[in-house]
Design a protein around this ligand. Structure first.
Ligand SMILES: [Zn+2]
Length: 411
């Protein structure tokens, strides 16, 4: 994924306008914190902002008197001295064509540091970092995915802090982008805080997080915050169709399912979303037959005896919610284009004749409660079992629970 320019970012008008203003004014804070939901472009924007800060034609130009830096330097012998900005160079963005911009495009500018969490242990971290970076450079649709306990490596921060003792190599300043900055340890935060607070520092920090409350208050309070919003469904859909070659019906389903998170949609697109949807909807069948035994079996099979993660369970419930919203739309005569499950229009129409809007809303509330209880300590298969029973209006939840003591101890 080449690093883009601010002008190329998708949506996020408010955040981008603010960042372009910062670049145009040429006055920078020590640290910025990009926050908002996961997968809406914070990481891409952070790198684009860094690129604008390092561009030779704008913010990255040395403010020193001409002459001092015009002589070919150690690192740029082939460069003509004092590059005159072309008239078309935007004052509030990277130019995209200067030497610095070419280097930042592929993350090879010595004054651009990029930190991100990885899942591997410390001993394997060098390989994993290199592989992740390579995949990031090569794949235009690369998505950072983390395990639960993935973190930013200590060795990475140590090396960075060591380098910060020196002046920037080529640009007027150094830019450090820290992706998912909430994944650090206490001592890393102390070091980070010290670096951010250093007066007259020649480093601009750009942190991103989708879990703002997990960042220490001391860090939050010292950064200028830039808020990112969920992407409109249409934006996600268009991106999937035009850039990720996702077929239209699937793009509709994915965009509706992932509520404005492009990275989530991109990750899910490889998992055959329509098959997942069908699998999720099939779970309701035994409940509609009021067959408690079959329901329990289906719930346990879906949870794979505790191996199915909460994320999968959440997605399964979200598929049901999408289906129910489509039922409402069909009942109110919405056109096919408005349906998330447009490939199942006939089935939706059939079902819409058997349930009324009140019943659909009741089911949606049951599912909302199930989503909330996933966050709690309720056992996942119990959540699933009772949610399906209640959606189906089944009474099996009350006094008809199948015996399952042996299976419960498997967890
Ligand atoms: Zn440039």
């Amino acid at each position: 994924m080449p690093i883009v320019r601010l002008a190329e970012l998708i949506d996020q008008e408010t955040a981008v306008a603010f960042l372009r203003g910062v670049v145009a004014r040429g006055r920078f804070g020590n640290a910025y914190l990009f926050h908002g939901p996961a997968g809406v472009g914070k990481g891409t924007a952070a790198l684009a902002f860094a690129r604008a800060l390092l561009c030779e034609h704008g913010a990255g130009a040395h403010p020193k008197a001409p002459g001092l830096f015009d002589a070919p330097g150690l690192f740029d012998t082939a460069e003509p001295a004092a590059v005159e900005p072309a008239p078309s160079v935007p004052p509030d963005d990277a130019c995209g064509v200067c030497t610095a911009c070419l280097k930042t495009a592929t993350l090879q500018h010595p004054d651009l540091k990029f930190l991100f969490p990885i899942s591997a242990g410390e001993e394997k971290s060098d390989d994993t970092l290199a592989e992740t970076l390579e995949a990031f450079r090569e794949d235009p649709l690369f998505v950072f995915e983390y395990e639960k306990f993935a973190s930013i490596r200590l060795s990475q921060t140590r090396e960075l802090l060591r380098e910060m003792g020196y002046q920037p190599f080529e640009a007027a300043r150094r830019v450090v982008v820290v992706r998912d900055a909430d994944r650090m340890r206490e001592d890393q935060y102390s070091a980070l805080l010290k670096a951010i607070e250093e007066p007259g520092a020649s480093t601009v920090w750009v942190l991103t997080t989708s879990r703002l409350s997990r960042l220490p208050a001391t860090i939050r309070s010292r950064c200028q915050r830039v808020r990112f919003a969920p992407l409109p469904e249409q934006t996600v859909r268009e991106f999937l169709e035009t850039r990720a070659e996702v077929e239209s019906e699937e793009a509709h389903l994915l965009a509706a399912l992932t509520s404005g998170s492009l990275s989530r949609a991109l990750t899910l697109r490889e998992a055959n979303p329509r098959a997942l949807r069908d699998q999720a909807l099939a779970l309701l069948e035994p409940a509609l037959r009021h067959d408690a035994g079959a329901m329990w079996k289906a719930a346990q099979a879906f949870m794979n005896y505790g191996r199915t993660g909460r994320e999968t369970l959440r997605r399964m419930i979200e598929f049901h919610e999408l289906w129910l919203r489509d039922l409402l739309r069909v009942r109110y005569g919405a056109p096919r284009e408005m349906l998330a499950n447009r490939d199942k229009e006939a089935e939706l129409k059939r079902q819409a004749q058997t349930v009324d809007a009140t019943e659909v809303r009741r089911r949606l509330m049951v599912l909302e409660e199930a989503l909330a209880s996933i966050e709690g300590n309720v056992t996942a298969d119990l959540t699933l079992f009772s949610a399906m029973a209640r959606v189906a209006g089944s009474r099996v939840g009350e006094g008809e629970w199948p015996a399952h003591a042996a299976a419960r101890s498997d967890y």
